[in-house]
Design a protein around this ligand. Sequence first.
Ligand code: FES
Length: 163
Amino acid sequence: MAAPLADEDAFSLPAWIYHDPEFFELEKQTIFRQAWQLVCHQSDVPNVGDYHSFDFMGESVIALRGEDGQIRSFHNACRHRASRLLDESKGHCGRKITCPYHAWTYGLDGRLVAIPQREAFKGLDFGRHGFGTPGAGNLPRLHLRPLCPGPPACKGNGGPLRA
Ligand code: FES
């Protein structure tokens, strides 16, 4: 018989929910990873090339101010062999990000722009190897993004945050 989801008068959740690793994994997959998350305040990345990173649910995310002034966020992982691209929690990366492992280089919009020994990667589609799908969800002062595709548009979901 399955464990009850609530006590009889529906006042409280049963205690096992608060420490059950399977339930927590289910929450991560179905709630937290699909919801918009506050990444940073726009003042955390005031200039082109400024970045702010944080770990959320075991994943490193970067918020990065692009050449066009937009803040985009990405998974902090190289598309080649998944090396972490930026180690610091905040900083300035100039006009590009070069992976410390094999030097694949990305623009501030996440596009792959250069790789060493390009001749060894014949047929590589640069357009498909950016270092993450930009997740732009800018509210006036806050930068939000989901960790996976699918949630409704940010606009209209940030009601209390706009106050
Ligand atoms: S892991 Fe980044 S260039 Fe190889």
